[in-house]
Design a protein around this ligand. Structure first.
Ligand code: DCT
Ligand code: MG
Length: 392
């Protein structure tokens, strides 16, 4: 816990010697003035961040800057903007109405009006200087930065140009990304996620009655919208977790609900954990799916699917860890910047390595076991945070 005094915190306390970029300082300074005082913890994993973001206007602008900096190889500004946005999301008050703002010198009505457009002004600047096509291309399921870059450098500027180019070879994932682009780019509502949860739950109970399936990802954190629905499936029978996903996919296919599947069998080897690469993917059996969600299954389904078609495509991810790794998988797949900061906290403040597989204490040279997420927080000496408090 640290005491912060408005702008000073942003300029001086960013860890690892990275100053917040000038634009962020400017944004914050204009909004708050130098006299605001509060107590904010430096790591996202020490702060409770619900989906009720009271500073969305700032954080939207900051996240545009984050997205823009994702296009470059330089990590500093992206991380700084990202952390700044994450701090603002955790504030239980809106910066403009925060006690004392009215009393700030030189902040009158006109300044406030000017301040109100600041966030949008930055979004506007960034969108104009960035490669909009690049952002568009990477929004297609299966298209990563390398492919987007390749297409861009070939002079391709639109989906129709890509699809018409005889030299462009789309893989199966990309073909499906374009095929279902309209549906997938719309994202999902919480009601649609609940419908997917029911479908996946029924499917798992049919093919593996003893398996356990739980919702994870953004919808576990209580988000109202998401880009996909994430699930963890596991079973108490050792080794059987690896056969779960093929069974589940087979059953989805039988029901005519499987529009696309990419299955990655487990490559888990104990010598690989904990993974020393920050933010690396885990080694569990997992699959990336596109499912057909019938409107009739969605509460208030009428408006949830395109009129006249009766169904929509949805992205679904499943991961199948062995049961003794369940807590680590759950903590990792619940996601958000909260989880990334938890890893950083473990490393920097506790000399421990945390990933989706395990927690390793470097001083004691041993793995620390966990049955539930609470055990992991306890090992790290952190107060437990509920999933809906992890929306950093
Ligand atoms: N995950 C992981 N390692 C990765 C990528 C993802 O452990 N390399 C975990 C962490 C987050 C979780 O999977 C879900 O990721 P997303 O579905 O991308 O994010 P989300 O928080 O569910 O948000 P949304 O799906 O709405 O974009
Ligand atoms: Mg998700």
């Amino acid at each position: 816990t640290m005491h912060v005094v408005g702008i000073g915190w942003f300029t001086e306390s960013m860890k690892e010697g990275r100053p917040v970029a000038v634009e962020t300082r400017h944004l914050i300074q204009m909004r708050t003035g130098p006299a605001q005082q509060s107590t904010v913890c430096p790591y996202a994993c020490q702060r409770r961040t619900t989906t009720a973001n009271k500073n969305k206007r700032f954080t939207d602008a900051l996240e545009v800057l984050v997205e823009y900096h994702e296009l470059t190889e330089i990590e500093g500004p992206r991380v700084a903007y990202s952390r700044a946005a994450s701090v603002l999301k955790s504030l239980p008050w809106t910066i403009e109405s925060m006690g004392g703002t009215e009393a700030l010198p030189c902040v009158g009505e006109k300044t406030r009006t000017l301040i109100q457009v600041t966030g949008w002004y930055y979004s506007y600047i960034v969108l104009n200087i960035s490669d909009q096509e690049y952002i568009l291309f990477t929004s297609v399921f299966g298209v990563g930065p390398k492919t987007a870059d390749k297409w861009y450098r070939r002079g391709l500027r639109s989906f129709s140009q890509i699809l018409a180019d005889p030299d462009v070879q789309l893989n199966r994932m990309q073909q499906n990304g374009f095929l279902h682009y309209t549906d997938l780019s719309r994202g999902l509502s919480a009601a649609e996620a609940r419908a997917v949860e029911a479908v996946v739950g029924e499917t798992v109970r049919t093919v593996a009655p003893n398996a356990r399936v739980v919702l994870t990802g953004g919808f576990r954190r209580g988000k109202e919208f998401g880009h996909d629905v994430d699930f963890i499936v596991t079973t108490a029978e050792p080794g059987r977790e690896n056969s779960l996903l093929p069974l589940i996919m087979g059953r989805l296919e039988e029901q005519g609900l499987l529009l696309f599947q990419a299955h990655h069998p487990s490559t888990l080897a104990l010598k690989k954990i904990p993974c020393r690469r920050f933010e690396a993917m885990d080694y569990y059996s997992k699959c990336f799916l596109i499912l057909k969600l019938e409107g009739s299954r969605v509460q208030g389904g009428g408006q949830a699917v395109p009129a006249g078609r009766g169904w929509r495509a949805v992205r679904v991810d499943l991961v199948a860890p062995p049961i003794e790794r369940f807590a680590f998988t759950q903590l990792g797949w619940t996601g958000s910047k909260f989880e990334r900061d938890l890893r950083r906290f473990a490393r920097v403040e506790r000399n421990m390595l945390l990933d989706n597989h395990a927690l390793f204490d470097k001083a004691k040279n041993q793995f620390l076991a966990a049955v539930t997420e609470k055990d992991i927080f306890a090992h790290l000496g952190l107060e437990y945070m509920e999933p809906w408090q992890r929306n950093a």
